[in-house]
Design a protein around this ligand. Structure first.
Ligand code: NDP
Ligand code: MG
Ligand code: MG
Length: 341
């Protein structure tokens, strides 16, 4: 059974003499900075000169410095910029400002697992990885709840790396829900696999194919949207509450029987073999290399794929339909149709 930590297992006072630098103020960055600040932790946000987020962080009452200044001042440096730019920021602005006894924190193990960042001796390397989008991390914290997180220690130079990581997780709110112990390798490989095979890649493709099959057969796109996309959340909510079993308990017998006979027909054993190939590419670094090389070249493949995704007919249908849903309002910065910016 995995080790799970809760509020009573973590001591926030471990951070009482520490300054925490949050590098980046995006999805995770704003949530970490605000939650820690609200938990009484001394936080400084590190942003590049001319950063778009500076005004926003300041307006929310946070102290903002350059990445180099924040790294120099802080005892714990949490890197929350996109994975593909972390190595460069680290080399230019963080590494020269690290001293013995500092801790380098991550919310995903990518750069450590694949060797793009190597911390100097004497510095802790640990992870506090919320298992949810940053905007949910903030929303749940404000509601008195939390998104669960993973914790891992790669290098325990101080002998206190786990205590510091758990204190950080408590400040973030995550120990309210539960913080599961893992390793950088396990977190990185399983996180990439989960998002590629099931959560993002698998689900997006499944929804698009479902929409295509219905609309190509002459069904109205709005009806198709409801059946293959909108209702997905309702089904997933039941799975979260009580597993696949609860979902099957709640649906009609007709739907449950169809689940048994058609599920394995759609997701055939060949799909499992494809998943194994995806996992192999993650484990041997093939995926990481492809991603990082494309990013280094200005992300031509990434941008092309993003455009292709945004131009799928299900997006236009959804945009129009969602305008009619008075209850479907999100309190974040996302603007419809601007992801491919
Ligand atoms: P974001 O894309 O939201 O980060 C944006 C922030 O990074 C902005 O403040 C941006 O600056 C800054 N930034 C971007 N490029 C640079 C650069 N070249 N130099 C300096 N700053 C830069 O990141 P996420 O929050 O999505 O991800 C952060 C980490 O958290 C990653 O390791 C990710 O894997 C992990 N993670 C993310 C989750 C999520 O919910 N998104 C979930 C769990 C883990 P500016 O303000 O100027 O635009
Ligand atoms: Mg991920
Ligand atoms: Mg139905």
């Amino acid at each position: 059974m995995a080790k799970i930590y809760y509020n009573d297992d973590a001591d926030l006072s471990v951070l009482s003499d520490s300054t925490v630098a949050i590098i980046g103020y995006g999805s995770q960055g704003h949530a970490h900075a605000l939650n820690l600040r609200d938990s009484g932790v001394d936080v400084v946000v590190g942003l590049s000169e001319g950063s778009k987020s500076r005004a926003k962080a300041e307006a929310q009452g946070l102290r903002v410095a350059t990445v180099a200044e924040a790294a120099a001042e802080a005892d714990i440096i949490m890197i929350l910029t996109p994975d593909q730019v972390q190595a460069e920021i680290y080399k230019n602005d963080i590494e020269p400002n690290l001293s013995e006894g500092n801790s380098l924190f991550f919310a995903h193990g990518f750069n450590i697992r694949f060797g793009y960042i190597q911390a100097p001796t004497g510095v802790d390397v640990a992870m506090v990885a919320p298992k949810g989008p940053g905007h949910t991390v903030r929303r749940e914290f404000e509601a008195g709840r939390a998104v669960p997180a993973l914790v891992a220690v790669e290098v325990d130079a101080s002998g206190k790396a786990l205590d510091k990581a758990l204190a950080y997780a408590k400040g973030l709110g995550a120990t309210r829900a539960g913080v599961i112990e893992t390793t950088f390798t396990e977190e990185t490989e399983s996180d990439l696999f989960g998002e590629q095979a099931v959560l993002c890649g698998g689900t997006s493709q499944l929804v698009q194919y479902g929409f295509e099959v219905l609309t190509e057969a002459g069904y109205q796109p709005e009806i198709a949207y409801f059946e293959v996309l909108h209702e997905l959340k309702l089904i997933v909510d039941l799975m979260i509450e009580g597993g696949i079993a609860k979902q099957r308990w709640s649906i009609s017998d007709t739907a449950e029987y169809g689940d048994y006979v058609s599920g394995p027909r759609v997701i055939s054993p060949e799909v499992k073999e494809n998943m194994k190939a995806v996992l192999a590419d993650i484990q041997d670094g093939t995926f990481a290399k492809r991603f990082m090389e494309d990013q280094a070249a200005g992300a031509p493949e990434f941008k092309k794929l993003r455009e292709k995704g945004e131009s799928h007919p299900i997006e236009a249908t959804g945009r129009e339909l969602r305008k009619l849903f008075a209850w479907n309002k999100a309190d974040d910065d996302y603007t419809e149709g601007t992801a491919a910016r």
